[in-house]
Every structure is written in structure tokens, then in C-alpha cells.
Design a protein around this ligand. Structure first.
Ligand SMILES: NC(=O)c1ccc[n+]([C@@H]2O[C@H](COP(=O)([O-])OP(=O)(O)OC[C@H]3O[C@@H](n4cnc5c(N)ncnc54)[C@H](OP(=O)(O)O)[C@@H]3O)[C@@H](O)[C@H]2O)c1
Length: 230
């Protein structure tokens, strides 16, 4: 994907509503809704569709922009635009979909994050932060909605050769197939490039081991400076 650090790239001009496009190949009808998800009115329209269209059973949050340049070379206004799309739009679409999926007792939410969620030093820090938000929010959604019939998956691709990226990454077809295989495996977190899922599980286990110690009433011994803290 293009680097959003200093150039915002093209605005959306997605096809307008198209009913029945690839119908002859799949037997399914398709309706494309045009929207710039950084635009409040457009976003609100998609939120309304998610709330009102009972035929929608899966939300895939794929729209996103990336940035590679470090803070000293990137434009703060574009960082804010990136947060609007990668974080705010994704969050609002989930707030629209999750309650209706839960009320029906079924539905799926797939969020495309990035390996920068767990390796924020690799690219621009704001980009990594937005992807860390997607990962954390997905984990929380799974915790809140798993027993309500709502399936959550978060996919963490590494460099991927999509339309705007040269051949330096994983072919996009392989990435998508791996993500869908992860969905079939029932994974909450899918990291297509990671050879051994046990490595992710170990990281998760270490995180969970911290949890009981994170909400104590007093600081840890190394921070106690007053006798009263003892
Ligand atoms: N490629 C990678 O190396 C890589 C690695 C890790 C994670 N990812 C994640 O994968 C996802 C897809 O990225 P990609 O690599 O496929 O990049 P891409 O080829 O640039 O596609 C980005 C997608 O986001 C859409 N989009 C961008 N801004 C939008 C807006 N304001 N409103 C609505 N849609 C918007 C684009 O729509 P248009 O088609 O209209 O432009 C396009 O469908 C992103 O969330 C990205 O963070 C990519």
C-alpha cells in the first residue's frame, strides 16, 4: 500500500451501486456502496446500512492507509487523517454492526490489522499505533461477543503485494487464502507469515500472566518511596 506519511494519495471514487454484477459466476447478488470512510456523512450512510440491512452477516474492515516515514519526516495532519480512517471509521462500523449481529445471535467481524501492531518500530509509529488499536479492540470484542454468537477475527499481514505495492511482499492471493484458512481454523488472531502459532500463544500467555498483577491497590516495591507505602 502507498505511504501516507506525506502524501494522502487519491480520494475514493469507488463504483456506484451495482446490483447483480458477478451474479452469473457465484449465484449471489452484490450491491456496492460508494463511500469515503474518512468523510463523516459517507461513514454515517454505511453505519445506517449495517444497522438496517438484515442480510448483512459479516463485516470486513479492510480499508486502511499506511505510513512508513518516521515522526520527523511525516505530516501531522496526515497522521490525523490516518487515525480517522484506520481507527475511527473501523470503530464506528463495528459499533453499528456488533449490536445487530449480537441481537440476531450470529455474525462475523474480520478486522485487517498489520504485524506493525506488535512490531511498531518497523514503520511509522502512528501507523503501528492504529494497527495496535485494531488488535486490542478485536481481542476485547472477542471477549465481549464470543458468547453472543458473534465471531471475531483479526488478521495481521506483513508486507503484501497489493495493487499499490511492488512485488516485495507476500502475494495478495496467498495472504487472503491464509486469512480465510485462519478463519476456518477458528483463530481470533491470524498472522499469515508466522511459521509457528505457538510463538504467538507464548506472547499471549505472557500477557495474560501479567493481568492479575496490573490492578493492585499499591505500587510495586521498586516504586515505594514513602514508609506509608510499605
Ligand atoms: N499491503 C501491505 O503490505 C499491508 C500490510 C499490513 C496490513 N495491511 C492492511 O491491509 C489493508 C488493505 O491494504 P492494501 O495493502 O490492500 O492497500 P491498498 O491496496 O492501498 O488498499 C487499501 C484499501 O483501503 C481503501 N481505502 C483507503 N482509504 C479509504 C477511504 N477513505 N474510504 C474508503 N476506503 C478507503 C481502498 O479503497 P480504493 O480501492 O477505493 O482505493 C482500498 O480498498 C489495510 O488496512 C492495511 O493497513 C496491508
Amino acid at each position: 500500500m502507498p505511504d501516507f506519511s506525506s502524501h494522502p494519495g487519491n480520494k475514493r471514487n469507488v463504483a456506484s451501486s451495482q446490483r447483480g454484477g458477478p451474479h452469473y459466476r457465484t449465484g449471489r447478488g452484490i450491491e456496492v456502496l460508494q463511500a469515503d470512510l474518512s468523510n463523516k456523512e459517507d461513514l454515517a450512510r454505511i453505519e445506517t446500512a449495517l444497522k438496517q440491512d438484515a442480510s448483512l452477516t459479516m463485516l470486513v474492515n479492510n480499508a486502511g492507509v499506511a505510513a512508513a516515514a518516521p515522526l520527523l519526516q511525516s505530516n501531522v495532519d496526515l497522521m490525523e487523517e490516518m487515525i480517522k480512517l484506520n481507527v475511527v471509521a473501523l470503530m464506528r462500523l463495528i459499533y453499528a454492526a456488533a449490536p445487530v449481529f449480537a441481537a440476531r445471535g450470529h455474525g462475523a467481524i474480520i478486522n485487517i490489522s498489520s504485524v506493525t501492531a506488535i512490531a511498531p518500530e518497523m514503520l511509522n509509529g502512528v501507523y503501528g499505533g492504529t494497527e495496535a488499536f485494531v488488535l486490542a479492540f478485536s481481542q476485547s470484542l472477542h471477549h465481549e461477543f464470543a458468547d453472543k454468537g458473534v465471531r471475531v477475527q483479526v488478521v495481521l499481514p506483513g508486507a503484501t503485494s497489493t495493487a499499490f505495492r511492488d512485488a516485495a511482499g507476500m502475494p495478495v492471493g496467498e495472504m487472503v487464502d491464509a486469512a480465510l484458512a485462519g478463519l476456518d481454523l477458528g483463530e481470533l488472531v491470524t498472522i499469515p507469515s508466522l511459521p509457528h502459532m505457538a510463538d504467538w500463544d507464548a506472547l499471549e500467555a505472557a500477557r495474560r500472566k501479567l493481568t492479575p498483577h496490573l490492578f493492585r491497590a499499591h505500587p510495586a516495591a521498586r516504586y515505594r518511596t514513602r514508609p506509608a507505602d510499605a
